[in-house]
Design a protein around this ligand. Structure first.
Ligand code: IVH
Length: 709
């Protein structure tokens, strides 16, 4: 790339045109589709180069210059809200020197001498998405996303489901009109748990907490938003009828009084060195925080000075974001290994020369699928456009959302001469069966994933299937976890789920008794057999879920169990649906919540002689308990119920099961769609929210009075 100071005017003109298009593309992917394809650092570098060229050639600044925009076009599925005060962006500092320059600039602008003290606040820059919450007479009236900075999306219904968003402000000095701004985010731990659930349901995992938070907030169905544990930090404001305090710090402290969460790492300092000291402290804390941050924001504390400083193009002159260096590292792609999952999906995994990225050793990275490796990926975040990956390549690795290692870029100049384009095997590495890309029946497009067609004969699928079968929400057998499942398979003791239930009988006749094997003794073997016996009766939905049918996660398993009640009825329905038409099929696809994809997968599973054989054999050992009849006459049928606080007469799980048995839906948080909140002692924000929303609330006794014991 030519240095900015060496560009000719013609080159600069072309370059500005290219940068405008490239940055607009990144903006659209980042804001509109929540699917960025470059790191924030690379994005910042593009914007910086654009500004530097514009500075040298002011005559060439384009009408569509990225300097005039802060985000992307507004998505159409929500109503629009015009921000009464634009939601702007922040200028960036990338080094301590940049921060010193910033403070110097501010002082010059204010005509302060360089050694005069100037108070600034420092606080983490949360990597979420900004939201404007409008309160009138203390009541939340509307909520908008940033959108393009001028016009955002109306996501009020969804924002109301966020526990950290007060529906009513309390405390002192609440203005008649105030728009509180801040960041919505998803905690790292919650993100990992959500992804584990998605994977358990056979759904694709999310890329990082930020995109997940954005996706969660943009749900058309606010019940989905409510099911995601989104959080909110308040740090700024837009329109206010009368600004009640004189400084940034006091305003934010007031937000806390009103009922908002504010960031505990925020501080106020009057020397640059102290600001940078706080930056270092926050940087040290970064890996231990439960939310992603990408820098530290400094703001001039005095609001009168902020007023004098004003704005330049897209950002305030009184604030700057001191960004953390992107956590990347350069290493060698030593090999690409293929893992075969429970459903036969071939997942390529990069084996890397081990390297530390942000303090954690990374030796593997996910590669998604073959299109991704070929550089034409549509899934995941494709590697820098158009570049393929080859074994031996020098690659830049980063940790997405600081969690999952990914490959960001390939250094083509370092590619070994003999490096060959990588081809995913067309035979399964575990069993040798054909591995194919299916064509999607609806779209006619090739599936991005290659799958082993070996089914039950594939050892990799078999072992993964066993692990799933014994997992917590399936058979959940004490003493039989993933490790034991693998060992039993390797020892030839358990080749399919049905074998688990004949283990004891076979063991009694065996020469190598389980109690004499590695990791077992007399007691643990006996305990295991007892634990297995304890599962010879099992809830129908657990039984269905355990089978590991594609697209049939826990939710769909429950729907099937509740609809058909018995395993016999399910089997009959599946058999009668095998032609994908007729009354039985219609009934199946019309079950509320079951899509055609899951219905088809279930029918195919039971029609397959191998899987059906295992099911039939299992049923000689195990009795699935008929699902209890869901009552449509109960007083809570069809209602949405939330349990909160500590329940004393029943466990949370019992309460949930009871409500579901009575035909209610159980939700995790209170929203406009909640019909009833059952609150035990210690109930907090959910109870408050219910009261604010006028939702009926009951204590535990009231619940039992309503539904009977
Ligand atoms: S102040 C007028 N403070 O960063 C400037 N922004 O790059 C108001 N952000 O759109 C923003 N944490 O989404 C501010 N502590 C913080 C922040 C923060 C994250 C985001 C915000 C903003 C973007 C600017």
């Amino acid at each position: 790339m030519i240095e900015v100071k060496k560009l000719t005017a013609e080159q600069a003109e072309l370059e500005l045109e290219r940068l405008a298009a490239e940055i607009a593309g990144h903006d659209a992917r980042y804001h509109g589709q929540d699917a960025p394809t470059v790191s924030d650092a690379d994005y910042d570098a593009l914007r910086q180069r654009n500004s530097a060229i514009e500075k040298r050639f002011p005559d060439l600044i384009r009408d569509d210059s990225p300097s005039f925009s802060v985000g992307s076009v507004v998505q159409s599925k929500f109503d629009k809200i015009t921000h009464p005060v634009p939601m702007l962006s922040l200028d960036n500092a990338f080094s301590d020197e940049d921060v010193v320059d910033f403070v110097g600039r501010v002082k010059r602008f204010l005509k302060l001498s360089p050694d005069q003290l100037l108070a600034l606040t420092a606080e983490p820059k949360i990597d979420g998405l900004s939201l404007a919450l409008r309160y009138e007479q203390g009541e939340l009236v509307s909520t908008a996303t940033r959108g393009d900075g001028a016009v955002g999306e109306n996501v009020t219904a969804n924002a109301r489901t966020i526990g950290d968003v007060p529906l009513q402000l309390s405390g002192d000095s609440v203005p008649d009109v105030v728009e509180v701004r801040g960041e919505v985010y998803l905690g790292k731990q919650d993100f990992l748990e959500l992804n584990a659930r998605m994977e358990a349901q056979g759904k694709p995992a999310y890329v990082n907490p930020r995109n997940t938070a954005a996706g969660s907030l943009r749900q058309l169905d606010s019940r989905i938003t409510a099911s995601r544990p989104l959080k909110f930090f308040a740090y700024a404001w837009g329109e206010v009828s009368a600004v009640p305090r004189n400084s940034q710090m006091e305003m934010v402290e007031l937000f806390q009084q009103w009922g908002f969460q504010i960031n505990p790492l925020m501080g106020r300092f009057d020397q640059v060195e102290q600001l940078i000291g706080r930056y270092r402290l926050i940087e040290e804390q970064r890996p231990h925080l439960d939310y992603d941050i990408d820098g530290v924001v400094y703001k001039v504390d005095d609001l009168a000075l902020q007023q004098r400083l004003g704005f330049v193009s897209r950002s305030p002159r009184w604030a700057i974001a001191h960004k953390f260096p992107a956590e990347t590292a350069i290493t060698i792609l030593k090999d690409i290994e293929i893992q075969v999952g429970r459903t036969g999906a071939l997942s390529p995994v990069a084996r890397l020369e081990p390297i530390t990225v942000g303090g954690v050793v990374v030796s593997n990275a996910t590669l998604h699928n073959e299109d991704y490796i070929a550089g034409i990926g549509s899934d995941g975040e494709p590697i820098r456009e158009g570049r393929d990956l080859r074994i031996g390549d020098t690659v830049t690795v980063y940790r997405a959302g600081d969690v999952i290692p990914k490959i960001l870029d390939v250094d083509l100049s370092k590619r070994p001469k003999d490096a060959q384009p990588y081809k995913l095997p067309d035979k399964c590495p575990a069993c040798g069966s054909d591995a194919v890309r299916e064509r999607n029946v609806n779209s006619g497009k090739l599936d991005s994933t290659r799958r082993c067609t070996g089914g039950f004969i594939c050892p990799a699928q078999a072992v993964e299937g066993l692990k799933h079968f014994v997992s917590r929400n399936a058979f959940d057998i004490d003493g039989l976890g993933e490790k034991q499942a693998e060992a039993f398979y390797a020892w030839g003791l358990v080749m399919n789920p049905a074998d688990i239930f004949s283990l004891k009988q076979r063991d009694a006749r065996s020469l190598t008794r389980l109690e004499n094997r590695d990791g077992f003794g007399k007691l643990s073997a006996t305990n295991l057999f007892d634990a297995i016996d304890a599962r010879r009766e099992i809830d129908l939905h657990r039984f269905i879920f355990a089978l590991g049918i594609r697209h049939v996660g826990e939710g769909n398993a429950k729907l099937l169990a509740r609809h058909y009640h018995t395993i016999e009825a399910i089997l009959t329905a599946m058999d009668d649906s095998s032609g994908f038409d007729g009354g039985a099929w219609e009934e199946l696809v019309n079950i509320d919540g079951i899509g055609e994809t899951a219905a088809r997968a279930a029918v195919q599973f039971f029609a397959d002689p191998n899987s059906r054989g295992v099911v039939d054999e299992l049923l000689t050992h195990v009795t699935p308990k008929p699902a209890e009849q869901v009552s449509s006459e109960s007083p809570v049928a069809g209602k949405t119920v939330v349990f909160t606080g500590s329940l004393e007469q029943m466990s949370r799980d019992e309460a949930k099961a009871m409500a579901e048995r009575l035909g209610a839906k159980v939700a995790g948080s209170v929203s406009g769609k909640t019909d009833l909140v059952v609150a035990g002692p210690g109930a907090g924000s959910k109870l408050k929210k219910a009261t604010d929303l006028g939702v009926q609330t009951l204590d535990e006794d009231g619940w039992f009075d309503l539904v009977g014991r």
